[in-house]
Ligand binder design. Sequence first.
Ligand SMILES: O=C[C@H](O)COP(=O)(O)O
Length: 263
Amino acid sequence: MVTARTPLMAGNWKMNFNHLQSIAFVQKLAWTLKDVQHDFEQVEVAVFPPFTDIRSVQTIIQADKLELEYGAQDLSQHDSGAYTGDISGEFIRTLGARYALVGHSERRTIHGEDDEICRAKVNAALRHELVPVLCVGESLEEREASANPADVSIKQLKAGLADVTPGTEIVIAYEPVWAIGTGQVATAEQAQEVCAALRGALAEQLGEETAAATRILYGGSVKPGNVASIMREPDIDGALIGGASLSIEDFSSIIRYRSHVGA
Ligand SMILES: O=C[C@H](O)COP(=O)(O)O
């Protein structure tokens, strides 16, 4: 059973793997974790496939009774109607998904999603009983221009959660844009500094109790070699993993960070 702040290792596949590849990957991941006797009560594992793979991933997880969770990489802020190309939270929830990413930096920068859209998408996810994973983080220019590296993330968090009420389950993912896909991971101290500030902002907005129960993930070039030091930080409750989540070896090693020497 997943309890508050059970570490969450979330693999964001981005636009990788077609539905056939997704079936093979999920099966192999499950076998690998079974072989190493992964304890799903200690670390929750979730995958975020492209929309077209979600049904296949659901079928494998249900048929083999796997303890993996899954979610969508995005969702529409609308529920139904004339929104060509959009996918509603209701469709995603009907496929058994638990999570939906909102405001990933690639959505913000490539698709122009601003804080208002993210706010509407967080609300749409909650309307359909999906747990929104709100992604926040600063670009390199923003980090260099600001006295406080957490300023941009706090602004994005407050805007995205503007309509959320205390006690609601949400997940925050801090992803400094300069660390995504670059191999340039934030140091554990840099990540902790911003995640602690985000927890403070959550306390201001939703109260101490909700802040203490909310998982805050770090994302940006997480690999088997750096995950243990990141996970030692008190305000980091998991990782949102891009590139390394496409390799069974790397992703399962990240999931098993507790077994790393010195972890
Ligand atoms: O959603 C995942 C992040 O964008 C991190 O991607 P990355 O691990 O390839 O740097």
